[in-house]
Design a protein around this ligand. Structure first.
Ligand SMILES: Nc1ncnc2c1ncn2[C@@H]1O[C@H](COP(=O)(O)OP(=O)(O)OP(=O)(O)O)[C@@H](O)[C@H]1O
Length: 344
């Protein structure tokens, strides 16, 4: 288990501010945030590259902040993989085992197991210069996992790969984490990538940790507008609440709220349901007209006007055309009340 307690650090122009984060044994945690948020800096603190101004980092209950990098038993795969250019693939993988002084027969056994489990036998004698991005990534992972670390830090491990390989490798990373049961901390700035591997996601911005939660909770209970926007929720509206309903333009949405007066709501496009016209029996059903249709992989995106403009996603083939009349249903439980004051 990693416990980051009240960690603050100053790197001159950039500050990490009072970070508190617990990562459980065998958990796959993704640090997610826009560019420059401080994700890499945070894992560099975990590795021991900088001294904090305040706070501590504990691994399995031990305060590792006084320890040097090589004493921390944390494996780190930096963004550029940092393979040793003068060593073959198999020597790169065996490097940490040699440094530990293991007997030669053990080194050979562990090295060969790793090479086999990562499917890289065919490149074992090659030099890093002669590897593709995906191959380098596998070798870097192999080198990191060889010493059986309890914590593995991965900085943008998939960013150098093309889209297809990224999808394959994200599945492989997750499978590898489950197999080794190591605690993985994976840095990325892409929400879809985070969603594909993470048990929990820690969202950072401007040196702060904003929210740490499961994907489902981040979507349904975002802490503030920054999270809502970062998770690409497109339907965000200011409105006025009377405690039971929220008025937006001429539309009144049933949604109890602890606040009265000005509020802000968000509705994820997959929670805007479209049906045939005059099908308005259910609560929060409105007559609408399709204003725009566009296509995304595996779904159709509709712009629909109900007196306020909404985006709706529909999985499958196109069902409506521009100008079609529809009924729009927005279940109360999918209307998210967003904090007005953003802390970012
Ligand atoms: N050693 C350093 N000294 C001073 N400033 C630094 C140092 N390392 C990083 N920074 C600054 O800290 C900020 C956060 O950088 P960081 O690399 O952690 O961002 P990030 O969230 O990982 O972004 P990206 O997704 O672009 O990699 C940036 O403004 C960067 O310029």
């Amino acid at each position: 288990m990693i416990e980051i307690r009240n960690l603050s650090g100053n790197l001159g122009g950039f500050c990490l501010k009072d970070i508190n984060l617990t990562i459980n044994d065998g958990e796959y945690m993704v640090l997610l945030g826009p560019t420059g948020a401080g994700k890499t800096v945070l894992i560099e603190y975990l590795v021991g590259m900088y001294r904090q101004t305040e706070g501590s980092i504990l691994v399995d209950g031990e305060d590792i902040t006084p320890l040097y990098t090589e004493e921390r038993n944390i494996a780190y795969v930096p963004q550029d993989y940092a393979l040793f250019p003068n060593l073959t693939v198999e020597k790169n993988i065996a490097y940490g085992l040699e440094a530990k002084g293991l007997p030669q027969h053990e080194i050979v056994q562990i090295r060969d197991e790793i090479i086999s489990s990562l499917g890289i036998e065919y490149i074992r004698q090659r030099m890093p210069l002669n590897l593709s991005g995906g191959e380098k990534q596998r070798v870097a992972l192999g080198r990191a996992l060889a010493t059986q670390p309890s914590v593995v830090l991965l900085d943008e491990p998939l960013s150098a790969l093309d889209e297809n390989l990224r999808a394959t490798m994200s599945k492989e990373l997750q499978a590898l984490q489950r197999k080794t049961n190591a605690t993985f901390v994976h840095v990325c700035h892409n929400f879809e990538e985070a969603a594909s591997v993470a048990d929990r996601i820690a969202i950072m911005n401007n040196g702060h940790l904003i929210q740490v939660d499961t994907l489902e909770n981040l979507k349904t209970r975002p802490l503030n507008e920054f999270i809502v926007r970062f998770l690409k929720t497109q339907n965000i509206f200011p409105g006025v609440s009377d405690g039971l309903s929220i008025g937006i333009n001429e539309v009144s949405l049933k949604k109890p709220s602890p606040f009265q007066g000005n509020v802000k709501i968000a509705i994820r496009p997959e929670h805007v349901y479209l049906g045939p016209p005059n099908d308005g029996e259910k609560e929060n059903s409105f007559a609408g007209r399709i204003a725009q249709v566009s296509y995304k992989p595996h779904l159709v995106e509709y712009g629909v006007d109900i007196g306020m403009p909404l985006i709706a996603f529909h999985i499958g083939r196109e069902k409506y055309r521009v100008g079609d009349l529809v009924t729009v249903h927005i279940p109360q439980e999918h209307i998210i009340l967003v904090e007005l004051e953003s802390s970012c």
